[in-house]
Design a binder for this molecule. Sequence first.
Ligand code: AMP
Ligand code: GLY
Length: 423
Amino acid sequence: MNVLILGGGGREHAFAWKVSQSSLCKKLLIAPGNAGTAQVGTNIEIGVNEFEKIKELCISEDINMLIVGPEDPLVNGIYDYFNAHEKLQHVVVIGPSKKGAQLEGSKEFSKKFMTKHGIPTASYKSFTKDTIEEGYQFLETLPPPYVLKADGLAAGKGVLIPETLEEAKRSLKEMLTDAKFGDASSKVVIEEYLKGIELSVFVLTDGISYKILPSAKDYKRIGEGDTGLNTGGMGAISPVPFADRFFIEKVEREIIKPTIKGLVEEDIDYKGFIFIGLMVENGNPKVIEYNVRMGDPETEVVIPRIKSDLLNLFRGIGNGSFSEIDFNISEEVATTVMLVSGGYPESYKKGMEITGFKEVEGSTVFHAGTKKNKEKIETNGGRVLAITSFGKDIDEAVEKSFKNAEKIHFEGKYYRKDIGFDL
Ligand code: AMP
Ligand code: GLY
Protein backbone atom coordinates (compact mmCIF):
# COMPACT_ATOMS: atom_id res chain seq x y z
CA MET A 1 0.00 0.00 0.00
CA ASN A 2 1.06 3.58 -0.60
CA VAL A 3 0.38 5.63 2.49
CA LEU A 4 0.26 9.35 3.20
CA ILE A 5 0.30 10.58 6.81
CA LEU A 6 -0.83 14.16 7.47
CA GLY A 7 0.87 16.07 10.27
CA GLY A 8 4.31 16.85 11.56
CA GLY A 9 4.56 16.13 15.28
CA GLY A 10 5.53 13.31 17.62
CA ARG A 11 2.20 11.62 17.00
CA GLU A 12 2.85 11.46 13.27
CA HIS A 13 6.41 10.19 13.76
CA ALA A 14 5.01 7.40 15.96
CA PHE A 15 2.44 6.54 13.25
CA ALA A 16 5.11 6.63 10.53
CA TRP A 17 7.49 4.51 12.62
CA LYS A 18 4.79 1.87 13.15
CA VAL A 19 3.40 1.89 9.60
CA SER A 20 6.90 1.64 8.10
CA GLN A 21 7.37 -1.68 9.94
CA SER A 22 4.40 -3.23 8.13
CA SER A 23 5.11 -5.59 5.25
CA LEU A 24 2.00 -4.10 3.62
CA CYS A 25 3.65 -0.68 3.32
CA LYS A 26 5.19 -0.03 -0.09
CA LYS A 27 5.56 3.73 -0.08
CA LEU A 28 5.28 6.08 2.90
CA LEU A 29 4.89 9.85 2.55
CA ILE A 30 4.41 12.35 5.36
CA ALA A 31 3.14 15.91 4.88
CA PRO A 32 4.72 18.02 6.20
CA GLY A 33 6.56 15.62 8.58
CA ASN A 34 9.71 16.39 10.56
CA ALA A 35 13.32 15.18 10.74
CA GLY A 36 12.14 11.94 12.40
CA THR A 37 9.52 11.01 9.82
CA ALA A 38 12.18 11.60 7.13
CA GLN A 39 14.09 8.63 8.59
CA VAL A 40 11.24 6.21 7.88
CA GLY A 41 9.53 7.81 4.87
CA THR A 42 9.61 10.79 2.53
CA ASN A 43 8.52 14.22 3.71
CA ILE A 44 6.49 16.42 1.38
CA GLU A 45 6.17 20.14 2.05
CA ILE A 46 2.42 20.48 2.04
CA GLY A 47 0.30 21.81 4.92
CA VAL A 48 -2.41 19.65 6.49
CA ASN A 49 -5.19 21.98 5.32
CA GLU A 50 -4.03 22.35 1.70
CA PHE A 51 -6.65 19.96 0.34
CA GLU A 52 -6.02 20.77 -3.36
CA LYS A 53 -2.32 20.00 -3.07
CA ILE A 54 -3.01 16.88 -1.00
CA LYS A 55 -5.38 15.71 -3.74
CA GLU A 56 -2.76 16.25 -6.47
CA LEU A 57 -0.15 14.41 -4.40
CA CYS A 58 -2.45 11.43 -3.79
CA ILE A 59 -3.17 11.13 -7.50
CA SER A 60 0.43 11.53 -8.68
CA GLU A 61 1.84 9.18 -6.02
CA ASP A 62 -0.96 6.63 -6.35
CA ILE A 63 -1.82 6.81 -2.62
CA ASN A 64 -4.25 4.17 -1.27
CA MET A 65 -4.45 5.32 2.32
CA LEU A 66 -4.56 8.69 4.07
CA ILE A 67 -3.91 8.75 7.82
CA VAL A 68 -4.95 12.08 9.30
CA GLY A 69 -2.99 13.05 12.44
CA PRO A 70 -4.41 16.38 13.70
CA GLU A 71 -8.03 17.47 14.15
CA ASP A 72 -7.96 20.57 11.94
CA PRO A 73 -8.26 18.93 8.51
CA LEU A 74 -10.90 16.54 9.91
CA VAL A 75 -13.04 19.37 11.24
CA ASN A 76 -12.49 21.09 7.86
CA GLY A 77 -13.92 18.03 6.13
CA ILE A 78 -11.00 16.22 4.49
CA TYR A 79 -12.88 12.89 4.67
CA ASP A 80 -15.85 14.31 2.77
CA TYR A 81 -13.49 16.04 0.33
CA PHE A 82 -11.91 12.69 -0.57
CA ASN A 83 -15.33 11.05 -0.86
CA ALA A 84 -16.52 13.76 -3.24
CA HIS A 85 -13.66 13.39 -5.73
CA GLU A 86 -13.92 10.57 -8.20
CA LYS A 87 -10.16 10.07 -8.33
CA LEU A 88 -9.88 9.90 -4.53
CA GLN A 89 -12.86 7.73 -3.64
CA HIS A 90 -10.73 4.57 -3.50
CA VAL A 91 -8.39 6.11 -0.89
CA VAL A 92 -9.04 4.78 2.63
CA VAL A 93 -9.16 7.81 4.91
CA ILE A 94 -8.37 7.13 8.57
CA GLY A 95 -10.30 9.89 10.32
CA PRO A 96 -14.01 10.69 10.65
CA SER A 97 -16.34 12.58 8.34
CA LYS A 98 -16.91 16.30 8.91
CA LYS A 99 -20.05 15.53 10.89
CA GLY A 100 -18.19 13.00 13.07
CA ALA A 101 -15.39 15.49 13.63
CA GLN A 102 -17.94 17.78 15.28
CA LEU A 103 -17.48 15.60 18.37
CA GLU A 104 -14.27 17.60 18.80
CA GLY A 105 -15.05 20.64 16.64
CA SER A 106 -18.08 21.70 18.66
CA LYS A 107 -18.36 21.27 22.41
CA GLU A 108 -22.11 21.83 22.16
CA PHE A 109 -22.48 19.11 19.53
CA SER A 110 -20.58 16.65 21.70
CA LYS A 111 -22.57 17.52 24.83
CA LYS A 112 -25.86 17.08 22.92
CA PHE A 113 -24.59 13.78 21.53
CA MET A 114 -23.70 12.50 25.00
CA THR A 115 -26.98 13.63 26.53
CA LYS A 116 -29.00 12.07 23.74
CA HIS A 117 -27.19 8.74 23.96
CA GLY A 118 -27.06 8.48 27.76
CA ILE A 119 -23.29 8.85 28.03
CA PRO A 120 -22.19 10.08 31.47
CA THR A 121 -20.78 13.62 31.37
CA ALA A 122 -20.95 16.87 33.37
CA SER A 123 -24.31 18.66 33.24
CA TYR A 124 -24.18 21.82 31.11
CA LYS A 125 -25.90 24.71 29.35
CA SER A 126 -24.70 26.74 26.39
CA PHE A 127 -24.95 30.46 25.78
CA THR A 128 -24.38 33.08 23.07
CA LYS A 129 -24.02 36.87 23.11
CA ASP A 130 -27.82 37.17 23.04
CA THR A 131 -28.28 34.99 26.11
CA ILE A 132 -25.33 36.27 28.18
CA GLU A 133 -27.63 37.48 31.01
CA GLU A 134 -28.98 33.93 31.36
CA GLY A 135 -25.38 32.75 31.38
CA TYR A 136 -24.62 35.00 34.37
CA GLN A 137 -27.72 33.67 36.13
CA PHE A 138 -26.71 30.06 35.41
CA LEU A 139 -23.24 30.72 36.86
CA GLU A 140 -24.90 32.02 40.06
CA THR A 141 -26.60 28.65 40.55
CA LEU A 142 -23.29 26.72 40.39
CA PRO A 143 -20.71 26.15 43.12
CA PRO A 144 -17.11 27.19 42.28
CA PRO A 145 -14.88 26.51 40.42
CA TYR A 146 -16.59 27.17 37.09
CA VAL A 147 -15.90 25.46 33.77
CA LEU A 148 -16.26 27.60 30.63
CA LYS A 149 -15.58 26.08 27.23
CA ALA A 150 -15.39 27.82 23.87
CA ASP A 151 -17.66 25.83 21.56
CA GLY A 152 -15.23 25.67 18.64
CA LEU A 153 -11.59 24.67 18.14
CA ALA A 154 -9.24 26.95 20.05
CA ALA A 155 -5.89 25.14 19.72
CA GLY A 156 -6.40 23.39 23.06
CA LYS A 157 -6.74 26.69 24.94
CA GLY A 158 -10.52 27.11 24.89
CA VAL A 159 -11.26 25.82 28.40
CA LEU A 160 -11.18 28.23 31.35
CA ILE A 161 -11.66 27.18 34.98
CA PRO A 162 -12.09 30.37 37.05
CA GLU A 163 -12.21 30.03 40.84
CA THR A 164 -14.59 32.87 41.67
CA LEU A 165 -18.02 33.94 40.41
CA GLU A 166 -16.72 37.41 39.46
CA GLU A 167 -13.91 35.94 37.41
CA ALA A 168 -16.28 33.48 35.77
CA LYS A 169 -18.66 36.27 34.73
CA ARG A 170 -15.76 38.33 33.40
CA SER A 171 -14.47 35.34 31.43
CA LEU A 172 -17.92 34.65 29.99
CA LYS A 173 -18.14 38.25 28.81
CA GLU A 174 -14.64 38.13 27.30
CA MET A 175 -15.47 34.97 25.43
CA LEU A 176 -18.89 35.98 24.14
CA THR A 177 -18.69 39.72 23.57
CA ASP A 178 -14.94 40.35 23.19
CA ALA A 179 -14.32 37.21 21.08
CA LYS A 180 -11.47 36.03 23.33
CA PHE A 181 -11.09 32.91 21.16
CA GLY A 182 -12.41 34.52 17.97
CA ASP A 183 -15.30 32.74 16.35
CA ALA A 184 -14.67 29.65 18.49
CA SER A 185 -16.11 31.44 21.53
CA SER A 186 -19.22 32.91 19.90
CA LYS A 187 -20.94 30.11 21.79
CA VAL A 188 -19.82 29.00 25.27
CA VAL A 189 -20.62 25.80 27.13
CA ILE A 190 -20.76 26.21 30.92
CA GLU A 191 -20.61 22.92 32.77
CA GLU A 192 -20.49 21.33 36.17
CA TYR A 193 -16.97 21.02 37.61
CA LEU A 194 -15.96 17.38 37.94
CA LYS A 195 -13.58 16.17 40.63
CA GLY A 196 -11.43 13.09 40.31
CA ILE A 197 -8.55 11.58 38.38
CA GLU A 198 -8.14 12.08 34.64
CA LEU A 199 -7.16 9.51 32.08
CA SER A 200 -7.76 8.84 28.42
CA VAL A 201 -9.09 5.82 26.62
CA PHE A 202 -8.60 5.37 22.89
CA VAL A 203 -10.78 3.49 20.45
CA LEU A 204 -10.21 2.57 16.82
CA THR A 205 -13.43 2.07 14.89
CA ASP A 206 -14.80 1.45 11.41
CA GLY A 207 -18.02 3.07 12.56
CA ILE A 208 -19.70 -0.21 13.55
CA SER A 209 -17.20 -2.39 15.38
CA TYR A 210 -14.31 -1.16 17.49
CA LYS A 211 -11.08 -2.11 19.23
CA ILE A 212 -10.14 -0.61 22.58
CA LEU A 213 -6.55 0.62 22.50
CA PRO A 214 -4.37 0.99 25.62
CA SER A 215 -5.32 3.67 28.16
CA ALA A 216 -2.93 6.56 28.84
CA LYS A 217 -2.42 9.59 31.02
CA ASP A 218 -0.58 12.69 29.91
CA TYR A 219 1.08 15.43 31.95
CA LYS A 220 -0.12 18.77 30.65
CA ARG A 221 1.57 21.32 32.90
CA ILE A 222 5.06 22.64 32.23
CA GLY A 223 6.26 22.33 35.84
CA GLU A 224 6.97 19.40 38.10
CA GLY A 225 4.16 18.40 40.45
CA ASP A 226 1.65 19.50 37.77
CA THR A 227 2.30 23.23 38.22
CA GLY A 228 2.60 26.20 35.87
CA LEU A 229 1.24 26.81 32.41
CA ASN A 230 -0.59 24.27 30.29
CA THR A 231 1.31 22.72 27.40
CA GLY A 232 0.44 20.30 24.62
CA GLY A 233 1.73 17.54 26.91
CA MET A 234 5.08 16.97 28.64
CA GLY A 235 4.97 13.20 28.87
CA ALA A 236 2.66 10.23 29.11
CA ILE A 237 2.36 6.74 30.52
CA SER A 238 0.41 3.70 29.39
CA PRO A 239 -1.39 1.80 30.79
CA VAL A 240 -2.88 3.79 33.67
CA PRO A 241 -2.50 1.45 36.69
CA PHE A 242 -6.02 1.87 38.10
CA ALA A 243 -7.59 1.30 34.67
CA ASP A 244 -7.72 -2.47 35.17
CA ARG A 245 -9.83 -4.90 33.20
CA PHE A 246 -12.93 -4.24 35.32
CA PHE A 247 -12.65 -0.51 34.95
CA ILE A 248 -12.16 -0.74 31.18
CA GLU A 249 -15.18 -3.05 30.95
CA LYS A 250 -17.22 -0.40 32.74
CA VAL A 251 -15.97 2.26 30.32
CA GLU A 252 -16.83 -0.03 27.43
CA ARG A 253 -20.35 -0.66 28.73
CA GLU A 254 -21.21 2.87 29.82
CA ILE A 255 -19.28 4.97 27.30
CA ILE A 256 -17.75 3.17 24.31
CA LYS A 257 -20.76 1.05 23.29
CA PRO A 258 -23.27 3.92 23.55
CA THR A 259 -20.84 6.17 21.64
CA ILE A 260 -20.56 3.74 18.72
CA LYS A 261 -24.30 3.07 18.83
CA GLY A 262 -24.88 6.83 18.75
CA LEU A 263 -22.70 7.19 15.66
CA VAL A 264 -24.66 4.44 13.90
CA GLU A 265 -28.05 5.88 14.93
CA GLU A 266 -27.11 9.35 13.73
CA ASP A 267 -25.73 7.95 10.50
CA ILE A 268 -22.29 9.41 11.15
CA ASP A 269 -19.52 8.02 8.98
CA TYR A 270 -16.66 7.41 11.39
CA LYS A 271 -13.53 5.49 10.43
CA GLY A 272 -10.74 6.39 12.76
CA PHE A 273 -9.71 7.09 16.31
CA ILE A 274 -11.89 8.28 19.17
CA PHE A 275 -9.92 9.78 22.06
CA ILE A 276 -12.12 9.80 25.13
CA GLY A 277 -10.97 12.09 27.94
CA LEU A 278 -12.38 10.83 31.24
CA MET A 279 -12.70 12.08 34.79
CA VAL A 280 -13.06 9.29 37.33
CA GLU A 281 -14.52 9.76 40.80
CA ASN A 282 -15.14 6.77 43.08
CA GLY A 283 -14.55 4.46 40.13
CA ASN A 284 -17.24 6.17 38.03
CA PRO A 285 -16.06 7.56 34.68
CA LYS A 286 -17.56 10.65 33.05
CA VAL A 287 -16.57 12.02 29.65
CA ILE A 288 -14.78 15.38 29.76
CA GLU A 289 -14.27 15.53 26.04
CA TYR A 290 -14.03 13.60 22.81
CA ASN A 291 -11.19 14.15 20.38
CA VAL A 292 -11.45 12.73 16.90
CA ARG A 293 -7.76 11.87 16.59
CA MET A 294 -5.04 10.35 18.72
CA GLY A 295 -3.42 12.40 21.48
CA ASP A 296 0.08 13.78 21.44
CA PRO A 297 2.15 12.60 23.39
CA GLU A 298 -0.29 9.73 24.18
CA THR A 299 0.33 8.23 20.73
CA GLU A 300 4.01 7.87 21.58
CA VAL A 301 3.10 5.37 24.33
CA VAL A 302 -0.09 3.83 22.95
CA ILE A 303 1.13 2.94 19.43
CA PRO A 304 4.40 1.28 20.54
CA ARG A 305 2.36 -1.00 22.85
CA ILE A 306 0.30 -2.31 19.91
CA LYS A 307 1.91 -5.55 18.77
CA SER A 308 -0.43 -6.09 15.80
CA ASP A 309 0.18 -4.64 12.35
CA LEU A 310 -1.49 -1.22 12.50
CA LEU A 311 -1.60 -0.87 8.73
CA ASN A 312 -3.45 -4.18 8.49
CA LEU A 313 -6.04 -2.85 10.96
CA PHE A 314 -6.40 0.33 8.91
CA ARG A 315 -6.75 -1.75 5.75
CA GLY A 316 -9.48 -3.74 7.51
CA ILE A 317 -11.32 -0.49 8.20
CA GLY A 318 -11.26 0.15 4.48
CA ASN A 319 -12.29 -3.30 3.24
CA GLY A 320 -14.80 -4.34 5.90
CA SER A 321 -12.66 -6.99 7.63
CA PHE A 322 -11.76 -4.84 10.65
CA SER A 323 -13.91 -6.75 13.16
CA GLU A 324 -12.20 -10.05 12.27
CA ILE A 325 -8.61 -8.88 12.67
CA ASP A 326 -6.63 -10.02 15.72
CA PHE A 327 -5.47 -7.30 18.01
CA ASN A 328 -2.65 -7.70 20.55
CA ILE A 329 -1.22 -5.31 23.10
CA SER A 330 2.09 -5.56 24.95
CA GLU A 331 1.85 -6.23 28.71
CA GLU A 332 4.75 -3.89 29.39
CA VAL A 333 4.46 -0.32 30.63
CA ALA A 334 5.44 2.46 28.24
CA THR A 335 6.39 5.99 29.19
CA THR A 336 7.40 8.98 27.13
CA VAL A 337 9.24 12.09 28.28
CA MET A 338 9.07 15.25 26.16
CA LEU A 339 12.15 17.37 25.69
CA VAL A 340 11.05 20.94 25.05
CA SER A 341 12.63 24.25 24.05
CA GLY A 342 13.53 26.68 26.85
CA GLY A 343 10.68 29.17 27.32
CA TYR A 344 7.95 26.85 26.00
CA PRO A 345 4.89 27.14 26.18
CA GLU A 346 5.63 30.86 25.91
CA SER A 347 8.18 32.20 23.41
CA TYR A 348 11.23 30.11 22.60
CA LYS A 349 14.01 29.96 20.03
CA LYS A 350 14.12 27.62 17.04
CA GLY A 351 17.08 26.37 15.02
CA MET A 352 19.18 24.98 17.91
CA GLU A 353 21.34 22.06 16.84
CA ILE A 354 20.38 18.74 18.46
CA THR A 355 23.14 16.20 19.17
CA GLY A 356 23.51 12.90 21.02
CA PHE A 357 21.02 10.73 19.11
CA LYS A 358 23.63 7.99 18.64
CA GLU A 359 24.24 7.77 22.41
CA VAL A 360 20.60 6.79 23.12
CA GLU A 361 20.22 3.19 24.28
CA GLY A 362 17.06 1.22 25.03
CA SER A 363 14.56 3.95 24.13
CA THR A 364 12.85 5.12 20.95
CA VAL A 365 13.19 8.79 20.14
CA PHE A 366 10.15 10.25 18.39
CA HIS A 367 10.68 13.64 16.79
CA ALA A 368 8.14 16.43 17.30
CA GLY A 369 9.46 19.93 16.51
CA THR A 370 12.61 19.05 14.56
CA LYS A 371 13.94 19.92 11.14
CA LYS A 372 16.84 18.77 9.03
CA ASN A 373 19.25 21.50 8.01
CA LYS A 374 21.87 19.98 5.68
CA GLU A 375 23.48 17.27 7.85
CA LYS A 376 22.29 18.76 11.14
CA ILE A 377 19.04 18.20 13.00
CA GLU A 378 17.68 21.37 14.58
CA THR A 379 14.85 22.33 16.91
CA ASN A 380 11.78 23.61 15.09
CA GLY A 381 9.10 23.88 17.74
CA GLY A 382 8.26 24.02 21.45
CA ARG A 383 7.98 20.30 21.92
CA VAL A 384 11.10 18.85 20.33
CA LEU A 385 11.51 15.11 21.05
CA ALA A 386 9.56 12.39 22.87
CA ILE A 387 11.69 9.67 24.44
CA THR A 388 9.68 6.48 24.77
CA SER A 389 10.77 3.49 26.88
CA PHE A 390 9.35 0.20 28.05
CA GLY A 391 9.63 -1.39 31.48
CA LYS A 392 7.99 -3.89 33.81
CA ASP A 393 6.62 -0.91 35.74
CA ILE A 394 6.45 2.89 35.45
CA ASP A 395 9.66 3.43 37.45
CA GLU A 396 11.73 1.16 35.26
CA ALA A 397 10.39 2.65 32.02
CA VAL A 398 10.66 6.27 33.09
CA GLU A 399 14.24 5.84 34.38
CA LYS A 400 15.32 4.70 30.91
CA SER A 401 13.72 7.77 29.34
CA PHE A 402 15.36 10.11 31.88
CA LYS A 403 18.77 8.51 31.33
CA ASN A 404 18.50 8.96 27.58
CA ALA A 405 17.10 12.49 27.98
CA GLU A 406 20.47 13.38 29.50
CA LYS A 407 22.33 12.11 26.45
CA ILE A 408 20.55 14.42 24.03
CA HIS A 409 21.69 18.02 23.88
CA PHE A 410 20.34 21.27 22.53
CA GLU A 411 20.48 24.79 23.89
CA GLY A 412 17.64 25.45 26.34
CA LYS A 413 16.57 21.79 26.67
CA TYR A 414 14.02 21.23 29.44
CA TYR A 415 11.99 18.23 30.55
CA ARG A 416 9.91 17.19 33.53
CA LYS A 417 11.73 14.75 35.78
CA ASP A 418 8.55 13.54 37.47
CA ILE A 419 6.48 11.89 34.72
CA GLY A 420 4.35 9.22 36.41
CA PHE A 421 4.96 10.70 39.89
CA ASP A 422 1.30 10.54 40.94
CA LEU A 423 0.81 6.91 39.96
P1 AMP B 1 -10.73 19.88 27.43
O1 AMP B 1 -10.09 20.78 26.42
O2 AMP B 1 -12.21 19.75 27.31
O3 AMP B 1 -9.97 18.58 27.56
O4 AMP B 1 -10.44 20.56 28.84
C1 AMP B 1 -9.14 20.83 29.26
C2 AMP B 1 -8.96 20.41 30.68
O5 AMP B 1 -9.86 21.09 31.53
C3 AMP B 1 -9.26 18.93 30.91
O6 AMP B 1 -8.18 18.12 30.61
C4 AMP B 1 -9.60 18.94 32.40
O7 AMP B 1 -8.42 18.92 33.18
C5 AMP B 1 -10.27 20.25 32.58
N1 AMP B 1 -11.74 20.12 32.53
C6 AMP B 1 -12.52 20.15 31.44
N2 AMP B 1 -13.82 19.98 31.75
C7 AMP B 1 -13.85 19.83 33.10
C8 AMP B 1 -14.90 19.62 34.05
N3 AMP B 1 -16.18 19.56 33.67
N4 AMP B 1 -14.57 19.51 35.34
C9 AMP B 1 -13.27 19.58 35.73
N5 AMP B 1 -12.24 19.79 34.90
C10 AMP B 1 -12.52 19.92 33.59
N1 GLY C 1 -2.22 15.45 24.88
C1 GLY C 1 -3.53 15.94 24.72
C2 GLY C 1 -4.02 16.01 23.34
O1 GLY C 1 -3.43 15.52 22.41
O2 GLY C 1 -5.09 16.59 23.16
